[in-house]
Design a protein around this ligand. Structure first.
Ligand code: MN
Length: 196
């Protein structure tokens, strides 16, 4: 039985970049619904007592388990997404290790932000963009709908939801403005470092 994890900040903490109204719907309704659906789908099955990661890995690519996979992945993805942000007043910076890895993997911090933004803007329809660890290298990957990098044996370090429900109330169709606002103001480097 999965439950909605507490947000690591107040509902108003990400304003003005992400409104309490958006969190009310995105966290309170969308995220909650994925968890409720997952609990219903796994009740009484062999997946009932598995971890979220294990459910994702065991249902990935199985046509008859698509509903379980989608809801499990979205349960995981959203928890990851909320933790990957912090209020704009709690500034975090990449530590030395991350800074070095970013320069090695992307060239510079500017190139890293550029690549992340380009990838996020170019996700067609609903999906996610991720910073992942592939061996010793950092990479940016996109996933469609609810999928996530675990199924490709990549280690997620940070994820950005680019489904319309994550920005429509605040930015309407302006996805690029939403991405820019999150990257400039809400990115939690401490969370990324902790996932390394
Ligand atoms: Mn979402």
């Amino acid at each position: 039985m999965f439950t909605l994890p507490a947000l690591p900040y107040a509902m108003t903490a990400l304003e003005p970049f992400m409104s309490a109204k958006t969190l009310e719907f995105h966290y309170g309704k969308h995220h909650q619904t994925y968890i409720d659906n997952l609990n219903k789908l796994i009740a009484g099955t062999e997946l009932e007592n598995e971890t979220i990661e294990s459910i994702i890995m065991k249902t990935a690519g199985a046509d008859d388990k698509a509903a379980i996979f989608n809801n499990a992945a979205q349960t995981y993805n959203h928890d990851f997404f909320w933790k990957g942000m912090r209020p704009n007043t709690d500034i975090t910076e990449p530590n030395d290790q991350l800074f070095e890895m970013i320069e090695k993997s992307f060239g510079s911090m500017g190139d890293f932000y550029g690549e992340l933004k380009t990838a996020a803007v170019s996700v067609f329809g609903s999906g996610w963009v991720w910073l992942v660890l592939d061996g010793e290298t950092l990479k940016i990957v996109k996933t469609a709908n609810g999928s996530n990098p675990l199924v490709d044996n990549l280690k997620p370090l940070w994820g950005l939801d680019v489904w319309e429900h994550s920005y429509y109330l605040d930015y309407q169709n302006r996805r690029a403005d939403y991405i820019e606002a999150v990257l400039r103001n809400l990115l939690n480097w401490d969370f990324i470092a902790a996932n390394l």
